[in-house]
Design a protein around this ligand. Structure first.
Ligand code: G6P
Length: 595
């Protein structure tokens, strides 16, 4: 994910900027750059790949004396990871770095092109710096030109801009993407998260949405709500959350927007990483994965069959490898993996290739083994996931698979324009449903106390809520070490209901928009046998011992994503209450590279 660093002061600027970028490395990126303005000279260095490449590029460049610098790690969205697309983006005498997306950049670009600007990159960011210089033609004031530029932008952004016309200040703007300004003994610092500021800045201001202005050596104290910065690096990387897993649950809303970026828009669904004829001749799909990724695959089966009407089977990689499965030439093999290195999934993929199947990887890590082995790839863009129990990776996998289902359905002519629009609206609403409300989190914290003991948990749901139930049970098992099972609610009466008593905790997924009455009857059967029922729904359910309300939704996918967050947070809170290390659960590894 993209990162920003900035500096104003007398220290060696390159060093401060590069050290700051290194603190952001863990977020994942594919190119980086810095720009330094000192002694009237504006110098820019950019490189693809690791920050050490950028360091090599900078060579022995130094900038002693007063000056400014901005720096960026880019995680490609608009345009490939090339040097031209890396930030800072330049115009004639100004440079800009930007996190987020400028939604109306095409419009701005076209109008600037008409005025004679030629663009050197494929990024949305370049329009900012070119529009700024264009606006300067009508005003002598860089601040006015900058404010006018920002007022024209739609979308989410954190922006730093420097220009030779104002060599003592950095212009900044923030809306929807984080940006912090800090002050320390050696100058003024900027960053998109705390980590680069630690050790440099003692006082900080977390800018609010709508903040636009400039900062020089003098005006820091005029900012509202200045705070002291906690000087602890691990704390900073967790951005104030107790565990990485918690932070990653909270991040889901943001990363899902990244997953959709450039793929889902008002005009339709685009999968630019796949050739338009990629699915030609495919009549069925086999999805293969392990763990949480397998649950994402199971969810996709419902979407692919319901929307794209394509026969889909989902297999566990370690099972598939030795099952002597029949593979047909018209079958597409989809491997899902967060890490891209899971041994069983990788070997299953190789087996499918050996049997001449076309292959597609859905993966979070570019250039991983699974990505390199596959014919096609769709990256999930969840950013680095540190918690061993996967959360945001799952959310983005389901989103990618949903996008894929709609894409194939549309290609096959199964969705008219209205139905396509409905799906797109639903995706945006589902993303919104993953925003964690403090009220919900507080409720789950309190409720978790009641669910620490008992002789087992059943997570039950139907249809696509069945794999979600499996995932809810897996989350709980992984970090709380309590026994939990996911079950299709209609199956309970065929055996598991024998376990029902008050110490059997049942987490019932009751979506209003999918088979509500059917699930309700199944839960009532359990309630009648004294099982303790915790229902997750937007609707009241009289037979429940506890209710966890989700916000009323317009369709079942919105409910799916809202309930996903509930299950993740509940597992987290139960595990914390039990005193477990949530980020490093016993016996588990994040990436399983052995069979
Ligand atoms: C390990 C992890 C799980 C993960 C599974 C598959 O077991 O602990 O969280 O779901 O591997 O990993 P992958 O990287 O292939 O998605």
């Amino acid at each position: 994910m993209c990162g920003i660093v900035g500096y104003i002061g007398k220290q060696e600027k390159k060093e401060i900027l590069i050290n700051g970028l290194k603190e952001l490395e863990y977020r994942g990126y594919d190119s980086a750059g810095i720009a330094v303005l000192s002694d009237g000279e504006l110098t820019t260095f950019k490189s693809v790949g690791r920050i050490c490449n950028l360091e090599n590029k900078c060579g022995d460049f130094v900038s002693n004396g007063f000056g400014l610098g901005i720096a960026h790690t880019r995680w490609a969205t608009h345009g490939k990871p090339t040097e031209a697309n890396a930030h800072p983006q330049m115009a004639t005498f100004s440079n800009v770095v930007h996190n987020g997306i400028i939604e109306n950049y095409q419009e701005i670009k076209q109008s600037l092109e008409k005025k004679g600007h030629s663009f050197l990159s494929q990024t949305d960011t370049e329009v900012i710096v070119r529009l700024f210089e264009e606006n300067l033609k009508d005003t002598k004031s860089p601040l006015t030109a900058f404010e006018k530029t920002i007022a024209s932008l739609k979308g989410a952004y954190a922006i730093l801009l420097i220009t030779k016309l104002a060599p003592d200040r950095i212009f900044y703007a923030k809306s929807g993407s984080p940006l912090i300004i800090g002050k320390g003994e050696t100058g003024i610092f900027f960053a998109s998260s705390d980590a680069p500021l630690i050790g440099y800045a003692q006082k900080v201001c977390y800018l609010e949405d709508g903040a636009v202005g400039y900062m020089d050596m003098e005006c820091f104290e005029m900012l509202a709500d200045i705070k002291m910065l906690e000087q602890n690096k691990v704390y900073a990387q967790k951005e104030g959350f107790r565990y990485f897993m918690e932070k990653e649950i909270y991040e889901q809303h943001k990363v899902l927007l990244e997953t959709m970026m450039g793929r889902v828009s008002e005009e339709g669904i685009f999968l630019e990483s796949l050739a338009p004829d990629f699915f030609d001749g495919i009549t069925e799909i086999t999805i293969c994965a392990c763990g949480t990724s397998y649950h994402a695959g199971m969810s996709a089966k419902y979407l692919l069959e319901r929307l794209a009407k394509i026969k889909t089977q989902v297999v566990i990689a370690s099972e598939f490898r030795y099952a002597g499965s029949v593979m047909r030439p018209s079958e597409l093999f989809i491997a899902i993996s967060q890490s891209g290195e899971t041994a069983d999934t990788l070997e299953a993929l190789k087996l499918a290739k050996k049997n001449s199947l076309k292959t597609l990887a859905i993966c979070n890590i570019d250039n991983s083994s699974i990505v390199r082995e596959s014919d096609g790839v769709i990256l999930t863009r969840a950013g680095i996931e540190k918690g061993v129990a996967s959360t945001k990776a799952f959310a983005t996998q389901v989103m990618v698979l949903w996008i894929l289902s709609v894409y194939i359905a549309h290609q096959k002519g199964l969705l008219d324009e209205n139905a396509l629009k409905e799906q797109i609206t639903s995706m945006l609403q589902a993303t919104k449903a993953t925003e964690v409300s403090p009220k919900l989190h507080e409720r789950l914290k309190r409720l978790s106390k009641r669910y620490l003991h008992g002789h087992g948990f059943f997570f039950i749901g139907r249809d696509i809520f069945y794999p979600l139930a499996l995932e809810g049970a897996l989350k709980l098992k992984e970090i709380s070490y309590l026994h939990a099972e996911g079950y299709p609610s209609g199956e309970m009466k065929h055996g598991p209901i024998a376990l029902a008593d008050s110490l059997l905790f049942t987490l019932a997924l009751l979506p209003k928009h999918l088979l509500y009455d059917k699930i309700k009857s199944n839960v009532e059967e359990l309630s009648a046998r004294d099982a303790t029922i915790c229902a997750i729904s937007s609707e009241d359910f009289e037979s429940a011992d506890d209710m966890i309300y989700i916000k009323p939704a317009s369709d079942y996918m919105e409910e799916f994503f809202a309930m996903m967050v509930v299950l993740q947070l509940l597992a987290l809170e139960i595990a914390i209450k039990l005193g477990n290390d949530v980020d490093m659960p016993r016996n588990l590894a994040k990436s399983v590279t052995v069979e």
